[in-house]
Unconditional design. Structure first.
Length: 385
């Protein structure tokens, strides 16, 4: 059992949405935090069918529970709320008139937004559960994380290949295709493979469209589907210009390594390979974005690249922290070029090279070279920002 870092800091009158991709552990977290809560699981066909046919049952049942003295110290939990957006009108009424609290849990806000569902007008705050992160795992294994991903069931299984295959097949190739509202399922399936092959790279909509046999606007819509369903996110380019011309297109990262593992049909990544370097960068991105969320700092994350090819993987905040990731056991001058060029343009509080080096060190111009484990310990201890 992993001790998750997510804290739902709700006041006595506050409700929230809890979003997260499937199998990241949302239901388990909520059962541990609120074991006595009234719960509606819309993945259960019986629950889904009766509330679909008569949404007012939610209001009637909760009002009856209140009359019967059921404790409302815990919020009411509705799991997979995106399956029945109409319930949000009932939830709204119960919040306003009965002062009930709700945790509305889901894996996609797309259906809610697309159907102009009642999003409670700011009455519910937003939380997100990420895959497992470094401090949640005792005896953490980097090789296991890079080869199995950080979805709990995948990471904890000694042979995760079948689980990953089922996850991608059942989730991405069915639920996400259903969200696409397209009859061109082969094109969308091909898009998933191409997106995985270009994971962590600068997005070129024209090239991807050509490979998938669809238009660039269609590819942009496909990427939007992945973002709305929490399967991935764009990393924007840092665009505060000084002297050098900059690349402005975003990069794209899947939410976890496991979809990339399956969709690219890659073999086990080994230190020293190009795949290892890309997987390590992806993993560091996952840790940074989860930390920005769980710490409540919500600092912006971007990458920086000039048209002449100088690049820094991650810029945190308003260029306070610059981070480059290199899968090398002995960082040298060639690995520091991007950081140094960035520092010529912007005032930087810390410049970090995250690597496989065995011990931390610092260059004469104060670039810190940190072993990946040291970086993660510092990040989660709040000593990076």
């Amino acid at each position: 059992m992993h001790q998750r870092l997510l804290k739902l800091s709700l006041s006595s009158e506050q409700s929230c949405f809890l979003w997260g991709p499937r199998q990241t552990g949302k239901s388990t977290v909520l059962k541990n935090l609120f074991p006595q809560a009234i719960r509606y699981d819309l993945l259960l066909s019986s629950t889904y069918q009766r509330l679909m046919l008569r949404p007012s049952l939610l209001r009637e049942e909760l009002m009856a529970a209140e009359l019967n003295g059921a404790s409302q110290s815990a919020p009411v939990i509705i799991d997979e709320i995106q399956k029945l957006p109409v319930l949000l009108d009932e939830v709204h009424w119960l919040i306003e008139n009965k002062k009930l609290r709700f945790i509305l849990c889901g894996s996609s806000a797309r259906k809610l937004r697309r159907g102009h569902a009642n999003l409670l007008g700011g009455r519910a705050v937003r939380y997100e559960l990420h895959p497992l992160v470094f401090p949640e795992i005792s005896a953490f294994s980097l090789m296991k994380a890079l080869n199995a991903g950080l979805i709990p069931r995948h990471y904890d299984n000694p042979q995760p290949q079948r689980l990953i295959q089922s996850y991608v097949g059942d989730y991405l190739k069915e639920e996400i295709v259903a969200e696409a509202l397209t009859r061109n399922i082969p094109a969308f399936s091909r898009f998933l493979e191409v997106a995985a092959l270009s994971n962590s790279e600068i997005v070129n909509y024209t090239n991807i469209a050509r490979e998938c046999g669809v238009s660039s606007p269609t590819v942009k819509e496909y990427f939007q589907i992945l973002e709305d369903t929490l399967i991935g996110s764009h990393l924007p380019a840092f665009q505060k210009r000084k002297k050098r011309r900059l690349v402005t297109s975003p990069k794209f990262y899947f939410f976890d390594l496991s979809p990339v593992i399956h969709l690219t049909r890659r073999e086990k990544v080994q230190p020293g390979s190009e795949l290892f370097g890309r997987a390590l960068e992806h993993y560091v991105f996952m840790e940074i974005t989860a930390h920005a969320s769980y710490s409540d700092l919500y600092y912006p994350v971007a990458y920086w690249r000039t048209t002449s090819g100088f690049e820094v993987d991650f810029i945190l905040g308003d260029h306070e922290i610059a981070i480059e990731v290199k899968a090398t056991e002995m960082a040298n001058e060639s690995h520091l070029k991007g950081l140094r060029r960035f520092r010529e343009e912007y005032r930087v509080r810390r410049s970090l090279l995250v690597s496989l080096d065995p011990a931390p060190r610092k260059t004469q111009d104060r670039i810190e070279i940190l072993p990946w484990k040291t970086f993660l310990e510092e990040l989660w201890a709040g000593r990076i920002l």
